[in-house]
Design a binder for this molecule. Sequence first.
Ligand SMILES: *Cc1c(COP(=O)(O)O)cnc(C)c1O
Length: 367
Amino acid sequence: MPRPILCTIHPGALRHNLERVRRAVRESRVWAVVKANAYGHGIERVYDALRGADGFALLDLAEAERVRALGWRGPILLLEGVFEPRDLELCSRLGLWHAVHCDEQIDWLAAHKTQQPHRVFLKMNSGMNRLGFAPARMRAAWTRLAALPQVEEVSLMMHFSDADGPRGIDAAMAAFDEATRELPGERSLANSAAVLRHAEATRADWVRPGIVLYGGSPDHPEHDAAHWQLQPTMTLATRLIGVQALDAGDTVGYGSRFTAEAPMRIGVAAVGYADGYPRHAPTGTPVLVNGVRTRVVGRVSMDMLAVDLDPVPGAALGSEVVLWGRSAGTGAVLPIDEVAQSCGTIGYELMCAVAPRVPFAVEDNGG
Ligand SMILES: *Cc1c(COP(=O)(O)O)cnc(C)c1O
């Protein structure tokens, strides 16, 4: 028998979450953001469920090729644009739309030979100071782009730094409105947090949800995924391959970081940091055994971790262990956001980090 770890992707939940976005922004077209190999899910595994979107947004050219290879003929947007001039050849060949965030990218376009004028999204820096033109430079960049024979149509985009938090979107919206008031073209503003928290204020031609499609709450712990009516799209599960009875004073794992205060049973699950489970998950990180919530104890090792079996007296060798997602046995859900919070990170990072050695399946279970 192979090692029992498995990462299962749930297409029904992906469809549900896409529909949830549509309900929030009825008039907008939806870019399904599938960067980072669809947030670790695998582009090929999510494609059927997400092809109801109006386009796919990503940033790796090889991923764009994979979406075209799946038969997608609709829009694909490169969120960071091209990284070097010759990338423009692939854009022409595959009909990719691309962000333009700096003068060099305009220079490259101006020198690009093509029969296929490009659709571009001119990106404004709204205060995050990652990519984009300063508000005061948008008009000049737009004018330059719009005059190029290589450009078919110029749209406008920006990205919020604080749509999920108390600073909110007002300053970024004001800067964008002011800088682009007189510029024609379609607009794309909202990420997941803006779609769910600020749908009215950020209304635009296109929205760009990522994490909500994958069932993560964009503003955990203020709101959890259930509050936003999102369903988990990824389950990382394994089984118990060992059970130990401890006496008071016995310790668990490398560094003896956990000490039993009283006699207890622990289970040893076949998952570790080489599978992408965070090594820094502390004692107390939630986990489901046979659908019952319990906790990780002691240090996570490369291929194994230990769980407290006191809340699950029926657990035995072979019992199901869910690290995040939905228990196939009981339907119980452990939100990835709670696991991430316990580890001092966000659900996005855990999804993206599932290691290549973990086998994947595509299947709906109990959702
Ligand atoms: C990743 C990304 C998104 C999606 O963000 P979520 O928080 O996952 O919704 C949208 N726009 C851009 C430019 C991005 O890089």
